[in-house]
Design a protein around this ligand. Structure first.
Ligand SMILES: *Cc1c(COP(=O)(O)O)cnc(C)c1O
Length: 382
């Protein structure tokens, strides 16, 4: 049975597109661990599947569900968010040009610098909140990829996807969006003109801090997409079948988790804005956020579960505040059911644009009052 796809995303997610196990009628899909598939006497492959590096049937459920949510032609699972993002850049050739944000997921920025230098690809890291600045660095015919992240880590600025798509397409480039923090529920980049959407499925899509996985989705299954597929198939940057199965299981509760995380983030942001011990709250849902109007236009039904706070008293005070927390878990990553806190500058190192007094907060699905009370007691102890 497949589901009526005119239903709302929450319904589609809960029922995982209504797919059941064709062999047994099992309501939960099966895990396929086979690495190789039967070949007929005439040398054809009856199921179309040959070998588990290019094709794995356990991926189908999560890929189809994600494509539906993103309005994508196709989606691919990768072994991590980094495996997904780097597969895209591995389609480039020497002499190509890439535009990416100054403020973005730090490990990808670090890898992009090293990779583009090694392969003689030109890289411009720009302020993505200023479309004029991007237009100025574009090199028509040479710029291949414009990479954006919105809301961006760890300051949660918003990038105007439709404006960037316009700029990228005018120069003959594709627009790729790291939509990890927005989830497929809060922003739909393809509908706004993006060509590729990437998620670290390790975060909200799985949502339980127990699967490492990444995804790419495409607006069109064109030649460029075929090259990305080739990179995945040849290099083998894929998750195991159990991870793919857990991802689909996690995705079924995405809508309720995201709704609660957004509500918690908004409650924490509102409570601590103007607080005596807090210099600034960075959250796109606050009217004080420089791109609040854009966020309200571009984001659907919520501003995400991520925010950052800048603690009065600088770096030392901010690290002490994180040390005093009892409920918030001090750990990297985001998008799980448990709330996490991290002093980002000490992770990102010297060339990071992250302020040193900043704590990044990933709001889980606990009661907002408990999250606020814990932050209050940690700040009171400064
Ligand atoms: C975590 C993260 C990544 C990298 O994903 P992995 O699954 O850890 O490889 C990329 N972008 C953003 C915004 C992330 O939060």
């Amino acid at each position: 049975m497949t589901q009526d796809t005119s239903c709302r995303p929450d319904t589609i997610l809960a029922n995982a597109l209504g797919r059941h196990d064709g062999m047994t009628g099992g309501v939960v899909p099966a895990i396929h661990t086979a690495t190789t598939f039967l070949r007929a006497g005439d040398l054809s492959y009856p199921t179309g599947m040959i070998y588990a590096r290019p094709s794995n049937p356990t991926f189908d459920g999560a890929e189809a569900l994600l494509s539906h949510l993103e309005g994508a032609a196709e989606s691919l699972l990768f072994g991590s968010g980094m495996a997904a993002a780097t597969a895209l850049f591995q389609t480039l050739s020497p002499g190509d040009h890439v535009v990416a944000p100054k403020v973005m997921y730090w490990a990808l920025r670090r890898w992009l610098r090293q990779f583009t230098a090694q392969w003689k690809i030109d890289l411009d890291l720009v302020d993505m909140t200023d479309p004029d600045a991007i237009a100025a660095v574009m090199r028509p015919g040479r710029t291949r990829i414009v990479w954006i992240e919105t809301p961006c880590n760890p300051t949660w600025e918003i990038t105007d996807i439709a404006a960037m798509a316009d700029i990228a397409h005018k120069a003959g480039a594709i627009l790729a969006v790291d939509s990890t923090a927005a989830t497929p529920l809060l922003t739909r980049p393809i509908a706004l003109g993006a060509d590729i959407v990437m998620h670290s499925a390790t975060k909200y899509l799985n949502g339980h801090s127990d699967v490492l996985c990444g995804t790419l989705s495409c607006a069109r299954a064109d030649d460029f997409w075929a090259r990305i597929k080739g990179v995945r198939g040849d290099l083998g940057g894929i998750p195991g079948p159990f991870e793919a199965w857990l991802l689909l299981r996690g995705m079924r509760t995405l809508a309720v988790r995201v709704e609660r995380s957004c509500a918690n983030a908004m409650a924490v942001a509102r409570h601590f804005e103007g607080h005596a011990r807090i210099a600034q709250v960075l959250y796109p849902g606050l009217e004080s956020h420089p791109q609040h109007a854009l966020a309200a236009r571009q984001m659907l039904g919520g501003f995400g579960g991520m925010l950052s706070i800048r603690v009065q008293g600088g770096e030392a005070a901010s690290i002490r505040a994180a040390a005093g927390l009892r409920l918030w878990t001090r750990a990297t990553s985001l998008g799980g059911v448990e709330s996490l806190v991290e002093h980002r500058a000490s992770v990102e190192g010297k060339d990071s644009p992250c302020p040193t007094d900043l704590l990044r907060l990933s709001c889980g699905i606990e009661a907002a009052a408990d999250l606020i009370a814990d932050l209050e007691q940690a700040l009171a102890g400064l």
